[in-house]
Design a binder for this molecule. Structure first.
Ligand SMILES: [Zn+2]
Length: 127
């Protein structure tokens, strides 16, 4: 498990948690039994949220550029992350979970993010 890049309780994750909590939703954190150990889990509504670092999960925003040093190492590592993320989403979808990925860069526009979160969680049980 040393290769895991997603650490618990990152700042972007805390921000998303606070926003969702403020909307009145309650959730579990880092549920180990689910693929990818999603950051926020809304069990009854079968929805999960991942909060991803743009670099480590290679977001298309441009923050995912491979470093100029140790390039082969990073290329392999980051490619594996992306592959694993896709596999996790697929596995979750196949067992009836809906998945929202929040990217670190999306925290710049809180109003927009909040409306995405609301849309995704709409209808979810608030407890
Ligand atoms: Zn991004």
């Amino acid at each position: 498990m040393m290769s895991r890049v997603r650490s618990k309780d990152t700042v972007p994750e805390l921000i998303v948690r606070r926003m969702v909590y403020g909307m009145g939703y309650r959730y579990r954190l880092h549920v180990k039994q689910l693929p990818g150990k999603p950051d926020l889990v809304f069990r009854k509504a079968r929805r999960v949220i991942f909060v991803h670092s743009c670099f480590f999960h290679q977001h298309s925003c441009g923050a995912g550029t491979i470093p100029k040093t140790h390039t082969p190492f990073w290329r392999t590592k980051l490619r594996n992350n992306v592959k694993r993320d896709a596999g996790n989403v697929l596995a979750l979808n196949q067992s009836g979970w809906r998945v929202l990925t929040v990217w670190q860069c999306e925290l710049k526009d809180r109003a927009e993010l909040e409306s995405r979160l609301r849309k995704f969680l709409n209808g979810a049980n608030k407890q």
